[in-house]
Design a protein around this ligand. Sequence first.
Ligand code: NAD
Ligand code: ZN
Length: 353
Amino acid sequence: MDKIIISTSENIKSEIFIEDDLRNTFQEYLEDKKYFLITNTKLAKLYPGFIYKFNKNRVIIIKDGEKYKNIKTFEYIINKLLEQKIERKDSIIAFGGGVVGDLAGYVASSVLRGVELIQMPTTLLAMCDSAIGGKTGFNSKYGKNLIGSFYCANKILIDPQLLNTLNIYQFKCGLGEVLKYAFIEKSCNKFSEFNLIDFLKENQKEDLKNQLKFIIKACVSLKANVVTNDRLEGDLRKILNFGHTYAHPFEALSNYKGLSHGEAVAHGIKYASKLAMIKGIINEDYYNQIVLLLKKYELINKKLKFKKEEVVKLMMHDKKVENSKINLLLPIAPSEVALFDNIDSPSIEASLL
Ligand SMILES: NC(=O)c1ccc[n+]([C@@H]2O[C@H](COP(=O)([O-])OP(=O)(O)OC[C@H]3O[C@@H](n4cnc5c(N)ncnc54)[C@H](O)[C@@H]3O)[C@@H](O)[C@H]2O)c1
Ligand SMILES: [Zn+2]
């Protein structure tokens, strides 16, 4: 069993456990109190044995999909909890991917002004990223994740075996983030010794599924270190957005279909790295290594169809724009990135050629 602890200066503590079969042994980590389970229809079908371990009046099943990450579902969950007379000493368990985790997290932060939260992430993206660090929330018609809070889970229970039922599209959503961690490792923790780039280079792609425990542990530890030092997203936490400023337009221009989030992030990493090479920040050798690794894990083999002016326009509308210059994370050395605040549109266009 691997255990990682996030402990911030404000006395906020999250304990993260990574262990195969946790979906069957999780009760060992719980106390003698009432637990409310929030999950979705797909997971309820896939893991009935897990769901049946809870009192059925305290199981709340929401519809599956990003489009249900909204205020209606939030209200539905809250009403169910209040109907069942949830009390402040009770606890909420979120069993699902990022959608369930974000929504249940926000519910936990707001119902009765806050009850204990336990995350049990079930996707690679949630295990490596969204369940860690306490960002919760849901979408509004004005944009994604506009309503939310910072609310850390008390415990995060990760069972890598849950990933056996994940399809390849969803798997790639998380894999893009894993590669991101490889390229930002030293910026997350300059003493980190996971050496994810080398590990991913040496690993046979076909063997990846056997290495997930190590990979999840590495990503969780790196994110834990960032969150410990910057829980409320000052400058440090921004490094987790590497590749994302390009990725958001790519996702929007593909109408959020066909191209997974991880693939969009991987393409974003490629273009950000190209820009860094053009500007002479990194050499061609490191750029080629980055591209080779992204190709090896089949994250950039889909050809993107876009007009570069459209990508630039969308990037300029991104929330990070200041004085018609964009803030952009660029690689500066192996496993290291830095935030540049003066990137103009001609530079971005040049990277997209
Ligand atoms: N809070 C954060 O810090 C943070 C960070 C990154 C992303 N996010 C959010 O996370 C969400 C994306 O998360 P996601 O990629 O996990 O999407 P998701 O929660 O929609 O899950 C993807 C799909 O996989 C299914 N699924 C989940 N676990 C499964 C399993 N074990 N086997 C089979 N199918 C399974 C889900 O039902 C869903 O259909 C977005 O809403 C994004 O905004 C949050
Ligand atoms: Zn992401």
